[in-house]
Design a protein around this ligand. Sequence first.
Ligand SMILES: Cc1cc2nc3c(=O)[nH]c(=O)nc-3n(C[C@H](O)[C@H](O)[C@H](O)COP(=O)(O)OP(=O)(O)OC[C@H]3O[C@@H](n4cnc5c(N)ncnc54)[C@H](O)[C@@H]3O)c2cc1C
Length: 511
Amino acid sequence: MREKHVVVVGAGMAGLVSALLLSHQGVKVTVVDKAPAVGGKIRQLHPNGFAVDSGPTVFTMRWVFDEIFSAVDVSLDRLLKLSPLPVLGRHAWADGSALDLYADPLASVDAIGRFAGLSEANNFERFCLKVREVYDTLQAPYIQSDSPSMLQLMGALGPKGLGVLASLGAMSTLWDSLGKYFADARLRQLFARYATYCGSSPWQAPATLMLIAQVEMDGVWAIEGGMHALPQCMETLAKQRGAHFVLGQACQQINTSAGQVTGVTLESGQTIQADAVVFNGDVSALRAGLLGGSVSRATKPASGERSLSAVTWSIHAKTHGFDLDRHNVFFQNHYASEFTDIFKRQQLPQAPTVYVCAQDRGLGLEPPAEGERLLCLVNAPAVGDKNVLTDEAIEQCQHNSFQLLQRCGLEVQTSASNTHRTTPTVFNQLFPATGGALYGQATHGWMSAFSRPTAKSQIAGLFLAGGSVHPGPGVPMAAMSGRLAGAAVMDHLGSISRSTRVVTSGGMLTH
Ligand SMILES: Cc1cc2nc3c(=O)[nH]c(=O)nc-3n(C[C@H](O)[C@H](O)[C@H](O)COP(=O)(O)OP(=O)(O)OC[C@H]3O[C@@H](n4cnc5c(N)ncnc54)[C@H](O)[C@@H]3O)c2cc1C
């Protein structure tokens, strides 16, 4: 039988997973990425020459990677050093209050009791039971399903399906639902922030997104060498299985003939024939026709709004004052205004929440005296393709963000040379047709989770993988979508092998 060839466009997490799993099964794989290194959003910048993780920093759901590595006969633990973080997150407010959440739930209960009183500690325990229930209920029929639909979910939930969904909070917003658990405004604010993990507003996201709290309570790990070590390791594994990488070269067109994918054309003009293509960019690039007219209808039109973008600062600097842990969130007092600014006014938030990943901390580490590596992030509207964010507006956002840190007691000695800023405009250049949206389509409204495209596109031989595709954004979720795309490609290759078999008088002959 002729060797089957698959081109994977994009070496983000999902593309790497597809490439690794397919090459392990003996498929010839070529991975093409316009970036000079693998990883996509998992990227490093080098302020002052120090490698700073400048994309995802919170690594959760390690079981997804345990499964993927074991499927290619290697052990995640033998290849990468993962250390569980005892403190999941440190949260601070300008009034001087601060709360740590811990990997040990009882430690979190105690901390919440000290922070907001016994009744809120009890409420947190109630909340924990609910998020466990939401996670356990939706894990198999939704998160792990290859093509979830409302009908299928109802089937899985049984005769009381709609009632079960309602009781999980699918029809109410995360913000409203949290009001039933927490009287303390800071706790409501803290847990509402989980909506932003998939680029959404707590005021519009369904309460089922509280399951992200469970994901975090199940463990957050630090990867030795930084997040970037993960895609690098996967690139090596895929190469060992024969995958070929073409980096620094954009795919200009996905080619089709008679409605079937035939390969890709790169920006150099080179054409690569393929039996299937996995597209790991954002599906909005397909819809915008950036990969050619013949695949612009590979998915249904977008049915919702873009998710959050961000302004980030990758920094190597000395800090003073506030005792940072690995993951820190600094909250402001006008929480709703952040999301009104971003989603309604399409402008940078006047009062941003600031996330700071202190990459030399956690696990009892002390940062080096000469300076430490930080990623600071604030949410922003995905308008990076609209030329509306002025330099003044970005400077103002930077001022407001670092002023909030100061009010919470943290001084960061930033300068032009030790800080690398990334805006929605840059994110839009890195991830075309997104406007800088980092998490696909926002999860707004209770049906939105069903409107993401699935691995199988509407064009034969074209498969989709990544954060804009089911089951959604986040490193482990993108990895799961890469696995689903890999499986769908294998089915497709099997079916085209069967259809090219010709029955002869002597038996089966395979082309
Ligand atoms: C600042 C930031 C912070 C985040 N924080 C977290 C976090 O803490 N935890 C978490 O789990 N997730 C986080 N995320 C989300 C997470 O990073 C993403 O959901 C996930 O990495 C997306 O992977 P992906 O498979 O969709 O590929 P992507 O990372 O989107 O990569 C797609 C790749 O396709 C390439 N590409 C696109 N078009 C073409 C083309 N035409 N030709 C060639 N190549 C092309 C791009 O260059 C890119 O390399 C964060 C994201 C960002 C940006």
